[in-house]
Design a protein around this ligand. Structure first.
Ligand code: ATP
Length: 237
Protein backbone atom coordinates (compact mmCIF):
# COMPACT_ATOMS: atom_id res chain seq x y z
CA UNK A 1 0.00 0.00 0.00
CA UNK A 2 1.39 3.38 -0.82
CA UNK A 3 1.50 6.07 1.79
CA UNK A 4 -0.57 9.17 1.07
CA UNK A 5 0.06 11.15 4.24
CA UNK A 6 2.48 10.61 7.07
CA UNK A 7 3.21 12.45 10.30
CA UNK A 8 6.78 11.86 11.45
CA UNK A 9 7.68 12.81 15.03
CA UNK A 10 5.54 15.93 14.98
CA UNK A 11 5.63 18.39 17.89
CA UNK A 12 3.25 21.32 18.27
CA UNK A 13 3.34 23.94 20.99
CA UNK A 14 0.85 26.63 21.99
CA UNK A 15 3.20 28.87 23.92
CA UNK A 16 4.43 26.74 26.80
CA UNK A 17 1.80 24.02 26.25
CA UNK A 18 2.87 21.05 24.14
CA UNK A 19 -0.26 19.89 22.29
CA UNK A 20 1.40 17.22 20.09
CA UNK A 21 4.31 15.11 21.31
CA UNK A 22 6.38 13.22 18.73
CA UNK A 23 3.27 12.15 16.85
CA UNK A 24 3.78 9.65 14.06
CA UNK A 25 0.94 8.24 12.00
CA UNK A 26 0.24 7.19 8.46
CA UNK A 27 -2.66 7.11 6.02
CA UNK A 28 -2.29 4.84 3.00
CA UNK A 29 -4.14 5.21 -0.27
CA UNK A 30 -7.64 3.74 -0.13
CA UNK A 31 -7.71 3.42 3.66
CA UNK A 32 -10.09 4.81 6.24
CA UNK A 33 -7.98 5.78 9.22
CA UNK A 34 -9.41 7.21 12.41
CA UNK A 35 -7.86 9.17 15.23
CA UNK A 36 -9.80 8.90 18.46
CA UNK A 37 -9.25 10.46 21.85
CA UNK A 38 -11.06 12.48 24.46
CA UNK A 39 -11.66 16.22 24.61
CA UNK A 40 -8.42 18.16 24.53
CA UNK A 41 -6.26 15.18 23.51
CA UNK A 42 -4.90 17.12 20.52
CA UNK A 43 -6.97 15.71 17.65
CA UNK A 44 -8.08 19.03 16.16
CA UNK A 45 -4.58 20.42 16.57
CA UNK A 46 -3.22 17.54 14.50
CA UNK A 47 -5.80 18.08 11.75
CA UNK A 48 -5.30 21.84 11.65
CA UNK A 49 -1.53 21.48 11.54
CA UNK A 50 -1.88 19.84 8.13
CA UNK A 51 -2.99 23.26 6.85
CA UNK A 52 -0.21 25.03 8.72
CA UNK A 53 -2.26 26.49 11.56
CA UNK A 54 -0.70 25.91 13.98
CA UNK A 55 2.74 25.43 12.45
CA UNK A 56 4.57 22.38 13.73
CA UNK A 57 7.75 23.08 15.66
CA UNK A 58 9.53 19.87 14.70
CA UNK A 59 8.97 16.75 12.66
CA UNK A 60 7.53 16.40 9.17
CA UNK A 61 4.12 16.11 7.53
CA UNK A 62 4.65 14.19 4.32
CA UNK A 63 1.86 14.30 1.77
CA UNK A 64 2.36 12.48 -1.53
CA UNK A 65 6.08 12.30 -0.93
CA UNK A 66 6.56 15.97 -0.09
CA UNK A 67 7.01 17.70 3.28
CA UNK A 68 4.09 20.16 3.35
CA UNK A 69 4.68 21.46 6.86
CA UNK A 70 6.14 24.73 5.63
CA UNK A 71 3.86 25.25 2.63
CA UNK A 72 1.09 27.85 2.45
CA UNK A 73 -2.52 26.94 3.26
CA UNK A 74 -3.41 27.85 -0.32
CA UNK A 75 -0.83 25.44 -1.74
CA UNK A 76 -2.07 22.67 0.52
CA UNK A 77 -5.75 23.25 -0.28
CA UNK A 78 -5.01 23.02 -4.01
CA UNK A 79 -3.03 19.81 -3.65
CA UNK A 80 -5.95 17.43 -3.18
CA UNK A 81 -6.64 17.72 0.54
CA UNK A 82 -10.15 18.67 1.58
CA UNK A 83 -11.43 19.18 5.07
CA UNK A 84 -14.89 19.10 6.56
CA UNK A 85 -14.16 21.15 9.68
CA UNK A 86 -15.48 20.64 13.19
CA UNK A 87 -18.78 22.41 13.75
CA UNK A 88 -19.91 21.80 10.13
CA UNK A 89 -19.09 25.31 8.94
CA UNK A 90 -21.29 25.79 5.91
CA UNK A 91 -21.98 29.20 4.38
CA UNK A 92 -25.23 29.94 6.23
CA UNK A 93 -26.82 32.44 3.87
CA UNK A 94 -26.01 30.45 0.74
CA UNK A 95 -28.20 27.73 -0.72
CA UNK A 96 -27.18 24.08 -0.75
CA UNK A 97 -26.20 24.34 -4.38
CA UNK A 98 -24.15 27.50 -3.84
CA UNK A 99 -22.35 25.84 -0.93
CA UNK A 100 -21.48 22.90 -3.18
CA UNK A 101 -20.15 25.26 -5.84
CA UNK A 102 -17.89 26.86 -3.23
CA UNK A 103 -16.30 23.45 -2.82
CA UNK A 104 -15.02 23.57 -6.40
CA UNK A 105 -12.78 26.59 -5.73
CA UNK A 106 -9.53 24.58 -5.56
CA UNK A 107 -10.21 22.84 -8.91
CA UNK A 108 -12.45 25.16 -10.93
CA UNK A 109 -15.99 24.73 -12.23
CA UNK A 110 -15.34 22.35 -15.13
CA UNK A 111 -16.90 19.28 -13.47
CA UNK A 112 -19.28 21.18 -11.19
CA UNK A 113 -22.61 20.07 -12.63
CA UNK A 114 -21.53 16.43 -12.98
CA UNK A 115 -20.22 16.41 -9.41
CA UNK A 116 -23.32 18.10 -7.96
CA UNK A 117 -25.30 15.28 -9.58
CA UNK A 118 -23.03 12.74 -7.87
CA UNK A 119 -23.47 14.47 -4.52
CA UNK A 120 -27.24 14.40 -4.91
CA UNK A 121 -27.04 10.66 -5.60
CA UNK A 122 -25.04 10.09 -2.41
CA UNK A 123 -26.99 12.64 -0.32
CA UNK A 124 -30.61 12.66 -1.61
CA UNK A 125 -31.64 15.07 1.15
CA UNK A 126 -29.41 17.71 -0.36
CA UNK A 127 -31.21 17.45 -3.68
CA UNK A 128 -34.56 17.93 -1.96
CA UNK A 129 -33.13 21.05 -0.35
CA UNK A 130 -30.97 22.31 -3.21
CA UNK A 131 -32.38 25.86 -3.16
CA UNK A 132 -32.75 26.15 0.60
CA UNK A 133 -30.47 28.39 2.68
CA UNK A 134 -27.98 26.26 4.56
CA UNK A 135 -28.74 28.01 7.87
CA UNK A 136 -32.32 26.72 7.82
CA UNK A 137 -31.33 23.07 7.60
CA UNK A 138 -31.01 20.59 10.46
CA UNK A 139 -27.64 19.83 12.03
CA UNK A 140 -27.44 16.47 10.25
CA UNK A 141 -28.25 18.02 6.87
CA UNK A 142 -25.62 20.71 7.40
CA UNK A 143 -23.08 18.01 8.26
CA UNK A 144 -23.92 16.16 5.06
CA UNK A 145 -23.54 19.42 3.15
CA UNK A 146 -20.15 20.08 4.74
CA UNK A 147 -18.96 16.61 3.69
CA UNK A 148 -20.41 16.95 0.18
CA UNK A 149 -18.80 20.37 -0.23
CA UNK A 150 -15.43 18.89 0.73
CA UNK A 151 -15.93 16.13 -1.86
CA UNK A 152 -16.67 18.70 -4.57
CA UNK A 153 -12.95 19.50 -4.75
CA UNK A 154 -12.33 15.89 -5.83
CA UNK A 155 -9.87 15.35 -2.99
CA UNK A 156 -7.28 12.61 -2.86
CA UNK A 157 -7.67 12.63 0.91
CA UNK A 158 -10.81 13.62 2.79
CA UNK A 159 -10.18 14.96 6.29
CA UNK A 160 -13.12 14.94 8.69
CA UNK A 161 -13.19 16.59 12.10
CA UNK A 162 -15.84 15.04 14.36
CA UNK A 163 -18.71 14.69 11.89
CA UNK A 164 -20.89 13.19 14.64
CA UNK A 165 -20.52 16.14 17.02
CA UNK A 166 -23.81 17.31 18.49
CA UNK A 167 -25.98 15.06 16.35
CA UNK A 168 -28.71 12.65 17.48
CA UNK A 169 -27.71 8.95 17.40
CA UNK A 170 -29.95 8.14 14.45
CA UNK A 171 -28.42 10.96 12.40
CA UNK A 172 -24.91 9.86 13.39
CA UNK A 173 -25.77 6.41 12.02
CA UNK A 174 -26.83 7.95 8.71
CA UNK A 175 -23.65 10.02 8.48
CA UNK A 176 -21.46 6.95 9.05
CA UNK A 177 -23.46 4.96 6.50
CA UNK A 178 -22.79 7.65 3.92
CA UNK A 179 -19.09 7.76 4.84
CA UNK A 180 -18.95 4.00 4.26
CA UNK A 181 -20.43 4.53 0.78
CA UNK A 182 -17.92 7.28 0.04
CA UNK A 183 -15.11 4.99 1.18
CA UNK A 184 -16.46 2.09 -0.88
CA UNK A 185 -16.22 4.34 -3.92
CA UNK A 186 -12.46 4.52 -3.31
CA UNK A 187 -11.98 7.69 -1.26
CA UNK A 188 -9.18 7.78 1.29
CA UNK A 189 -10.49 9.16 4.59
CA UNK A 190 -8.81 10.42 7.74
CA UNK A 191 -11.46 10.76 10.41
CA UNK A 192 -11.01 12.48 13.75
CA UNK A 193 -13.71 11.41 16.19
CA UNK A 194 -14.75 11.27 19.81
CA UNK A 195 -17.40 8.72 18.89
CA UNK A 196 -14.98 5.80 19.09
CA UNK A 197 -17.57 3.12 18.54
CA UNK A 198 -18.77 4.35 15.14
CA UNK A 199 -15.32 5.50 14.07
CA UNK A 200 -13.59 2.18 14.82
CA UNK A 201 -16.35 0.17 13.15
CA UNK A 202 -15.88 2.22 9.99
CA UNK A 203 -12.10 2.44 9.99
CA UNK A 204 -9.54 0.02 8.60
CA UNK A 205 -7.05 1.27 11.16
CA UNK A 206 -7.10 3.59 14.13
CA UNK A 207 -4.87 5.58 16.44
CA UNK A 208 -5.70 6.51 20.02
CA UNK A 209 -4.38 9.85 21.23
CA UNK A 210 -3.92 10.69 24.90
CA UNK A 211 -2.52 14.05 26.03
CA UNK A 212 -0.94 14.79 22.67
CA UNK A 213 0.69 11.36 22.27
CA UNK A 214 -0.27 8.34 20.22
CA UNK A 215 -0.98 5.72 22.89
CA UNK A 216 -2.29 2.81 20.82
CA UNK A 217 -2.68 1.79 17.22
CA UNK A 218 -4.22 -1.17 15.45
CA UNK A 219 -6.96 -2.23 13.09
CA UNK A 220 -10.42 -0.90 13.85
CA UNK A 221 -11.46 -4.38 15.00
CA UNK A 222 -8.44 -4.78 17.28
CA UNK A 223 -9.04 -1.44 18.95
CA UNK A 224 -12.76 -2.14 19.40
CA UNK A 225 -11.93 -5.12 21.63
CA UNK A 226 -8.89 -3.56 23.32
CA UNK A 227 -9.62 -3.34 27.08
CA UNK A 228 -8.05 0.12 27.44
CA UNK A 229 -10.13 1.47 24.56
CA UNK A 230 -13.27 -0.16 25.88
CA UNK A 231 -12.82 1.31 29.35
CA UNK A 232 -11.85 4.79 28.24
CA UNK A 233 -13.86 5.37 25.07
CA UNK A 234 -16.59 2.77 24.76
CA UNK A 235 -18.13 3.12 28.21
CA UNK A 236 -16.74 -0.26 29.27
CA UNK A 237 -19.24 -2.13 27.08
P1 ATP B 1 -11.73 18.57 21.07
O1 ATP B 1 -12.34 17.25 20.84
O2 ATP B 1 -12.29 19.30 22.26
O3 ATP B 1 -11.61 19.44 19.86
P2 ATP B 1 -8.99 17.88 20.71
O4 ATP B 1 -8.58 16.48 20.97
O5 ATP B 1 -9.25 18.25 19.31
O6 ATP B 1 -10.24 18.23 21.58
P3 ATP B 1 -7.26 20.14 20.75
O7 ATP B 1 -8.36 21.11 20.49
O8 ATP B 1 -6.33 19.83 19.66
O9 ATP B 1 -7.85 18.79 21.32
O10 ATP B 1 -6.43 20.67 22.01
C1 ATP B 1 -5.24 20.07 22.48
C2 ATP B 1 -4.64 20.90 23.61
O11 ATP B 1 -4.16 22.15 23.13
C3 ATP B 1 -5.64 21.23 24.71
O12 ATP B 1 -4.95 21.22 25.92
C4 ATP B 1 -6.09 22.64 24.36
O13 ATP B 1 -6.48 23.34 25.52
C5 ATP B 1 -4.83 23.23 23.77
N1 ATP B 1 -5.14 24.25 22.75
C6 ATP B 1 -5.88 24.06 21.62
N2 ATP B 1 -5.92 25.20 20.89
C7 ATP B 1 -5.19 26.11 21.55
C8 ATP B 1 -4.83 27.48 21.31
N3 ATP B 1 -5.22 28.11 20.20
N4 ATP B 1 -4.06 28.11 22.24
C9 ATP B 1 -3.63 27.47 23.35
N5 ATP B 1 -3.92 26.17 23.64
C10 ATP B 1 -4.69 25.51 22.76
Amino acid sequence: MSSLMEFKDVDVFYGPIQALKKVSLEVNEGEIVTLIGSNGAGKSTLLMSIFGQPRISSGEIIYRGEDISKKSAHYIASSGLAQSPEGRRVFPSMSVEENLLMGTIPIGMEHAQEDIRKMFDIFPRLEERRNQRASTMSGGEQQMLAIARALMSRPKLLLLDEPSLGLAPIIVKQIFKVLQEVANAGMTIFLVEQNANHALKLADRGYVMVNGEIRLTGTGDELLVNPEVRDAYLGGH
